[in-house]
Write a protein that binds this ligand. Structure first.
Ligand code: MG
Length: 477
């Protein structure tokens, strides 16, 4: 069996260490051989984008297929282009999403615009390992530059919302693109919707200056401050490739992804009743809100392509993840940052401000823990926990989920790191904490019965608290 190269979001690594031009070229040949037709390609704003893109394109052309270069656009703009151009066999997005600037990645998209599943990825890995031959000199592919893919994507997003109502509302928002792929499309979307946008980190310097591109509360301090200070109706932030979107309310408060998922589910269900799909790791907040609004939640394993496929199979009206990845079936079956902005704008125009909507939500407390866990111990640890915890029956959709009368605990090994995760949620904070503590202890006792991690932790603490020596040069300045 060929070596596994695709993680949960494509092939990723540090550029010119793992992700070299040689790897990208070979990967391009394998992707071309699997897609077998015209391939659309795009990048986010990373400095290594062109190097990786041209290498992947050269590989695709070397096995005889044409390449359409869409330039720098968000991942969902590439997916929308592929979905709406029947002569395109699939695509490649060069991005490492929210990872630091030294990383980049290669993500494969199928002809319907959805992310490649494990089946296609395994096939690509097999062909990569075989190092497939190139075609004859007169059979190589050509590359064509395509302009306007970003604008066509934005226009379609606008066509799916009540644009007149948004245009007439006189809204002001603060927009933070983390200097990523939406630096042109999201300001364009807001301008076309007559929304005044105060922008930060909407440049394309490629090194993500400003803040790391994972849209967490800690990374969005400037956006929170600016949204409140400018009395904006909303703060909006994307991750690096803008398939995700999170919000800040007008009072400068960060709105977590499961809250925006719950609120948009409520809004969408007010127009059309149906199913909402989300992974088992999402807060019960989503289920409570969906049930109260005449919908039903369907749970899946963690991973946006899994959520998207479940939505397609069940004709769901909405779906998404707690990290700001929201999927709108009328637009396309993938996470879509611009569509999330447009729907949230319509939601606050038609309903109340985001701050009042968030204040009306039920409160849940979630505790997250992780323990070190080598790959070979992940499965035995899960089996051990299933044997030991007998007070409630476990669901095994992804890891093990224990549903108690006043909350739940999910334990699952990470798919990409030697880590075992524990999530505990309850409306009672003490219950959430004590269950997280006991499951974490259970995991540590199994992987490290001698308690070496406690010694390591104590040593690290000692090192941190040790006073730093005074630098004589500095002290004289
Ligand atoms: Mg992303």
């Amino acid at each position: 069996m060929a070596e596994r190269m695709f993680g949960t979001n494509g092939v990723r690594g540090v550029v010119n260490e793992y992700l070299t031009s040689e790897l990208a070229l070979k990967m391009g040949k394998a992707i071309g051989a699997v897609l077998r037709g015209k391939v659309a390609i795009a990048t986010d704003t990373r400095v290594s984008g062109e190097m990786i893109r041209t290498a992947v394109s050269a590989g695709i052309m070397a096995v005889g297929f044409d390449v359409l270069d869409l330039g720098t656009v968000p991942t969902p703009a590439l997916q929308y282009y592929i979905k709406t151009h029947t002569d395109v066999a699939g695509g490649v997005m060069i991005t490492a999403s929210h990872n630091p600037p030294q990383f980049n990645g290669i993500k494969c998209v199928l002809d319907d615009g959805t992310e490649a599943s494990r089946v296609e990825e395994s096939r690509i890995e097999e062909l990569y390992a075989d190092d497939i031959p190139s075609v004859a000199w007169n059979k190589v592919g050509k590359e064509e530059k395509i302009t306007g893919a970003g604008e066509a994507y934005v226009d379609h997003v606008i066509s799916l919302v009540d644009s007149e109502a948004i245009r007439n509302a006189g809204l002001t928002v603060c927009l933070d693109c983390s200097n990523g792929a939406a630096y042109q499309t999201s300001p364009m979307l807001l301008e076309k919707l007559n929304v005044r946008a105060i922008t930060i980190n909407c440049n394309s310097q490629g090194e993500f200056p400003g803040h790391p591109s994972e849209p967490t509360e800690d990374n969005l301090k400037d956006l929170k401050y600016m949204t409140k200070a400018t009395k904006s109706d909303l703060g909006i932030a994307h991750d690096g490739d803008a398939d995700r979107c999170v919000f800040v309310s007008s009072d400068g408060k960060y709105v977590s992804g499961d809250k925006s998922l719950a609120l948009l589910a409520k809004y969408i269900l007010s127009k059309e009743k149906g199913l909402v799909v989300t992974p088992v790791s999402s807060s019960s907040l989503v289920e409570e809100v969906v049930n109260a609004n005449g919908g039903k939640v369907v749970y899946t394993a963690v991973g946006s392509p899994i959520v998207a496929r479940k939505m397609m199979e069940n004709g769901a009206v909405f779906g998404g993840e707690e990290n700001g990845g929201l999927i709108f079936p009328d637009q396309q079956y993938c996470r879509d940052g611009a569509m999330s902005i447009a729907m949230m704008l319509e939601c606050i125009v038609m309903s109340e401000s985001l701050a009042s909507q968030v204040a009306a939500l039920p409160v849940y407390y979630t505790e997250k823990r992780k323990t070190d866990c080598p790959e070979e111990m992940k499965k035995p640890l899960l089996e051990h926990i299933e044997q030991i915890v007998t007070d409630v029956k476990a669901e095994n959709l992804d890891g093990l989920k224990f549903n108690y009368s006043d909350g739940w605990v999910l334990v699952r090994p990470s798919g990409t790191e030697p880590i075992f995760r524990v999530y505990s949620e309850s409306k009672n904070r003490d219950v959430a904490i004590s269950r997280a503590d006991s499951f974490e202890k259970l995991a540590w006792d199994f992987v490290d019965p001698e308690g070496l991690h406690l010694v390591k932790k104590a040593l690290q603490k000692k090192k941190r608290t040790k006073k730093a020596p005074v630098n004589p040069q500095q002290s004289t300045l």
